[in-house]
Ligand binder design. Sequence first.
Ligand code: ADP
Length: 489
Amino acid sequence: MNNLRITIIADKQEQVLIGNGLDAALIQPQITFYASQDDFKKSAKLHNSDIIIAQETLINRGFYTQLAPFLELTKTPLLILKDGGAGSQSFKNHVVRELNKDAGGDYLKQLAPLISQLVDEQVAAAGQNKILFLEDEEIDITFIKRKFIKLNPQYECDVVSSIEALRNQVGQKNYDLIVSDFNLPDGDAFDSIVIAKEADIPIVIATGQGSEKVAVELMKAGAADYLIKDKNMGEHMLILPSIVKSVLNLKKLEAYNSGLLEMLRIKNQDLERFAYIIAHDLRSPIASAILLIDTLQMLADDLSADLRDTMNMLTDVSHNITNTIEGIYQYTVLDSQADAFVTVDMKKAAEDALQNLKTKVDESGAVVTIEAMPAIAANYVQMVQLFQNLMGNGIKYRGDKIPELTVRSFEQNDEHIFAISDNGIGIARENHKKIFEIFGRLHNSSSQYEGVGMGLTIVKRILERHNGRIWVESDLGEGTTFFFAFKAA
Ligand code: ADP
């Protein structure tokens, strides 16, 4: 087996043993070592592997769950070196092969034959990839035959010698890749690229030395990669296998990505449907339960104080459930709301939000000042919600004071920044991150502050959808300012 690309996740000691063993048994293996699962995940080299070998104790279920769809798609064999650690069971459905390590190192001898066998099986399962060469010079055709076709029998190869012939040939078989020379009797590589693009086949161009500038143009025109020719020896044909593998894998990766996007779209649809069901089908039984508790309280006037307290708690809990459902629903449907951005007068959006908060403003005696603000391109409803959640919090978390809120805006470093300040209880610095997390509350349900911890999560999501950002400046007892910013157009 030539030039196999092998990815190994193993500890230092194992790396040396495996590396030596494989170097001796295989022809020019290209081995990439990782000392841990995390190192491996950070690397982009995954799609270039012919086989992945992983020491069982260095990987866990999370690793495999993430890798499974990829392995299924690329058929990259995974070989687990078992060393008796826990967790191998979870790999059972997907692992291509397991090899038991033994103290005597006998497994090292089995490694190379097992790799060859797995790669052969993979080639057989995947079917032969078909490559079409476009080359008109005799010497180069000889290089292709001697230094590529002969050494890489896993590919089915054809050679044509003109643009015209290429045009005819692409219709004859389902080629996976075209490798085209630059100068041709009836055109050049840019013509080949046009034909390849039309047929949706990736194309690699072989160009002469000193033509890197042209190579850039070729890539811009749509070539998947290029190869600098060694006119005398044809050595470039030895580099071609790794280019072929990465181009073919890239194509698979693209298919994988679009498959993932489609999966995501379907999942999102499911989620929305689920949110809809929660919102509509669960809200009404809970509302009925609240009504029943109220009725019970009215009917039984001689209830003991304990029982009355318990019933009040029950009402509070039910209200809390309703609010949580409402919060989750609002959050989930954010993404499905029409994306159409309009010019939003932010002062008007803040004033509308204030109007929606009228009862709370009246109850608390809050004094709210809304200063001049610019118009921006945004979703109007979501801007009102943004202000409403932040101003609502400013009023809610007031402590003993009468709330004083200021809503203002300024420009800085090409950003429109909006600030909502209050004179309330403030937020300790160590909690500045937590409050933006879903259900991230700093008060328990029995405190004076009602809430479910969804308000800032929704705010953050709205800003993400508008390519904006949010942060907070506050200290305990010092009042709070929430800032949010959008790129100025
Ligand atoms: P909720 O208000 O429902 O708890 P939020 O997501 O709106 O949920 O807020 C999360 C937490 O952040 C709140 O529980 C509160 O502790 C804190 N918080 C938010 N806004 C303010 C504010 N203006 N002043 C003080 N604390 C705040």
